[in-house]
Design a protein around this ligand. Structure first.
Ligand code: MG
Length: 172
């Protein structure tokens, strides 16, 4: 088994929808970014890619690439998981913590869990989403932005295609 860790943060701005773990959440502001700026999905992408030593979200889906403008980050997570499978692994557990002062995220946690579990190809009981706040402290507490942390466990998989025997770079 291998373990990866992911972190991401985005600024909150007016005029953007708030998308967290694939859920569009009613709120007067949203996260700023090239894609949908789904900070939770991005942290999970970094965790699964990190576990497989496949780089990170920014190297696989560069902000300079117009294909990823307003991209659905849950779809980017599915692509990252496919890359992990090509490398011969499959996610077996994901644990994600979202740090946001408001809005209250607890009502959305079940849907966020379902989305991340589906995108990672794992069962619901293998996927955790937790919502935390920092009691007014720091950029998350002051409502300047939101952050997310994630840990992913991946295990060797016999189901998917494997990396070529010569280890030729999956990421060119
Ligand atoms: Mg990001």
């Amino acid at each position: 088994m291998r373990i990866g860790f992911g972190f991401d943060a985005h600024r909150l701005v007016e005029g953007r929808p708030l998308v967290l773990a694939g859920c569009r959440i009613p709120f007067p502001r949203g996260l700023e970014g090239h894609s949908d700026a789904d900070v939770a999905a991005h942290a999970v992408i970094d965790a699964v890619l990190g576990a497989a030593a496949l780089g990170d979200c920014g190297s696989m889906f560069p902000a300079s690439d117009p294909r990823y403008a307003a991209a659905d980050s849950l779809d980017l997570l599915r692509q990252a998981v496919r890359a992990v499978r090509v490398a011969g692994f499959a996610p077996s557990q994901v644990d994600c913590t979202i740090v946001a002062e408001e809005p209250a995220l607890a009502p959305h946690v079940p849907a966020m869990r379902r989305n991340l579990a589906e995108a990672c190809g794992i069962r619901l009981e293998e996927c955790t989403v937790k919502a935390k706040h920092t009691e007014g402290m720091g950029f998350t507490g002051e409502g300047v932005g939101m952050a997310a942390f994630a840990v992913a466990v991946i295990e060797p998989s016999t189901a998917g295609p494997r990396r070529p025997a010569d280890g030729a770079g999956f990421l060119s």
